[in-house]
Design a protein around this ligand. Structure first.
Ligand code: ADP
Ligand code: MG
Length: 483
């Protein structure tokens, strides 16, 4: 083991570096406390109904250079907040801390509610979650256990043609006394219910066999903890810990593609658990064979058990999910509205749910009934924002075309003005026209630091005011992007 660790020392260093970068803007405890205060204020200021419908999910993600980065679960919520509450919220923030100058709302697509809802659950309610938590002491690695979303159970999962296999396999794994197949590998596109199924498995196993240690975590978290262990030279405990769990559920494994030392570690953990007949469940956005940057041995081992895909939903499934959701929300929504939504929003179920939530909240706030007409209006905004979505890739392409550069110039380290300036313009436009955070934008530009992006944004803002040719270039590119 010492050998294999040594042989990949180099990759480790690279990963440590990128991790440092990624987590350097994690907000301090003080900032988190301030943010909790803001939550109380938002509830007071905007009222309980508004707070619950829109503001409660806001989660502090990062704080850097006066910018508070806050996540929202869907674009609908973000847009609504931006037009209705953003100004008020910023005022409150500025009042509690002069350090805060602006707020960025970023849509975080991962199972967001897993955190916020459950926190409330564990502090206010006692029943289900407490019971499930009566599992063995999780020790120093307690923080590895991601919270499970209380809504993500088998009961609330609607089965249709597109997810029947994955759901049946998940149930088998959760309900069998033995290990039916190992690993269970579930894959499919974004927002199709993979995380929901994984939480459902975890809940079910904990309910049936509370003495078992069930570890659910994302591959990203695995890597983060691994790198942390490497840094503190505590890999032995890390290894022991992972080898001691009874069930390992790892979400979004595609994340470790290309991260060689993390993969290596995962591979050993994986083998050790399988050898000890411990159940492993894995999700990814692609089939094992389609994930590039995955070690060949790991790839073949991943496909050893049962590989089940979740396909894009059908109309019937979408309608079924909406009906279920309506029931859970105890909302009064006409069937025709659900049919309309199921017909129009086909891309992913998270958006579908978001649309329903938005409609209901909208009606709630206005004190009106949900009708087909309000649905059409609300959806009109949504479909429009779909059309207008601009990607960083597109921006890079248009900028390189405009300046007759090569795409590679967007990622390269070249610093000559004729390349660096257009690159800065592209970063600026990415900031203006997409909802990506600074670190995300940095990654898209050859893995640059978020401070570099910020510098570019400031620079171009300044030039737009003082340099006509720059402001014209920016305007032309902006128009071609929007046209
Ligand atoms: P993924 O992990 O595949 O990106 P999630 O599991 O996070 O997707 O699902 C996104 C949202 O859609 C969640 O709120 C989930 O509860 C809901 N969802 C997805 N599929 C179903 C389903 N078949 N029944 C009920 N809800 C579903
Ligand atoms: Mg997921």
């Amino acid at each position: 083991m010492a050998n294999s660790a040594e042989s990949c020392n180099k990759t480790v260093a690279v990963e440590v570096a990128s991790i440092t970068e990624d987590f350097s803007y994690v907000p301090s405890v003080e900032m988190q406390n301030l943010w909790n205060k803001i939550h109380d204020q938002m509830r007071d200021e905007f009222g309980e109904a508004v707070y619950r419908s829109w503001l409660k999910p806001l989660t502090l993600q990062a704080f850097y250079h006066g910018t508070l980065e806050v996540s929202v679960p869907t674009r609908f919520i973000r847009d609504w907040i931006q037009t209705h509450y953003a100004e008020g919220i910023l005022k409150m923030c500025k009042a509690v801390s002069s350090e805060i100058q602006r707020i960025e709302y970023v849509v975080v697509q991962t199972s967001f509610f897993a955190q916020s809802e459950n926190e409330e659950e564990s502090s206010h309610h006692t029943s289900t979650v407490k019971e499930a938590k009566a599992s063995p002491d999780k020790g120093p690695f307690a923080e590895l256990f991601s919270k499970l979303d209380p809504r993500f159970t088998f009961d609330s999962f609607v089965v249709g043609e597109s997810n029947a296999l994955a759901c049946a396999a998940a149930r088998r794994v959760a309900e069998s006394a033995s290990v039916p197949f190992n690993p269970l590998y579930i894959y499919g596109g974004v927002g199709l219910g993979k995380t929901h199924l994984m939480h459902a498995i975890a809940w079910e196993i904990q309910r049936r066999e509370p003495e078992k240690t069930v570890l659910y975590l994302s591959a990203e978290k695995f890597m983060y903890q691994f790198v942390k262990a490497l840094r503190s030279q505590d890999t032995m405990n890390f290894k022991d810990f992972f080898r001691s769990v009874d069930v390992l559920i790892m979400d979004d494994i595609q994340f470790i593609a290309g991260k060689e030392s993390t993969q290596e570690e995962f591979f050993h953990t994986f083998n050790a658990l399988i050898d000890n007949n411990k159940q492993i469940i894995i999700s990814a956005d692609r089939a094992p064979s389609d994930i590039s940057g995955l070690d060949e041995r790991l790839r073949s081992r991943l496909a050893w058990g049962l590989v089940a895909d979740v396909q894009p939903s059908t109309y019937e499934l979408r309608l079924g999910i909406l009906m279920k959701k309506r029931e859970l929300m105890e909302a009064n929504v006409p069937q025709a509205v659900l049919e309309f939504l199921a017909l129009k929003i086909v891309s992913n179920i998270r958006e579908l749910e978001g649309a329903l939530t938005r409609l209901v909240a909208h009606a709630d706030v206005c004190g009106k009934e949900v009708t087909l007409e309000t649905a059409q209006n609300v959806l009109h905004d949504l479909l429009r924002s779909h059309d207008q979505r601009i990607t960083i890739d597109e921006i890079q392409r248009k900028v390189t075309e405009h300046f007759s550069l090569k795409m590679n110039d967007m990622y390269s380290a070249r610093r000559s003005r004729n390349v660096a300036r257009p690159r800065q313009i592209a970063m600026y436009l990415a900031k203006q026209l997409t909802q990506r955070s600074l670190p995300e934008i940095g990654r898209k530009f050859g893995g640059r630091d978020h401070t570099t992006v910020m510098h570019a944004v400031r620079k171009i803002e300044e030039l737009i005011d003082h340099d006509e040719s720059v402001s014209q270039d920016v305007e032309i590119i902006r128009r071609t992007l929007k046209g």
